[in-house]
Design a protein. Structure first.
Length: 73
């Protein structure tokens, strides 16, 4: 298990996200994924247990579509 920073976890704000995948590519823990669900594309934290709360995805997102929130799991 990776060391978790300040009990935080990334969270994608769906209506701001354009699915550019920058966050998916920068996350070295591979916590984020882009997937098509019912013909709609979503980017989300599919593996919350892998997120360390490092904030790299928050910094790289051009749309301010990711925030760090209190860990829910
Ligand atoms: S970097 Fe931002 S806009 Fe791009 S897929 Fe990730 S959350 Fe969405
Ligand atoms: S906060 Fe860090 S570990 Fe968590 S999804 Fe973003 S880049 Fe990955």
């Amino acid at each position: 298990m990776f060391w978790k920073k300040k009990n935080l976890i990334a969270d994608v704000i769906e209506n701001k996200c354009d699915n550019c995948k920058r966050c998916v590519q920068i996350c070295r823990h591979r916590a984020l994924e882009t997937a098509v669900v019912q013909q709609k594309t979503f980017t989300f934290v599919n593996y919350p247990e892998r997120c360390t709360g490092c904030g790299k995805c928050v910094k790289i997102c051009p749309n301010q579509a990711i925030e760090l929130i209190e860990r829910y799991c």
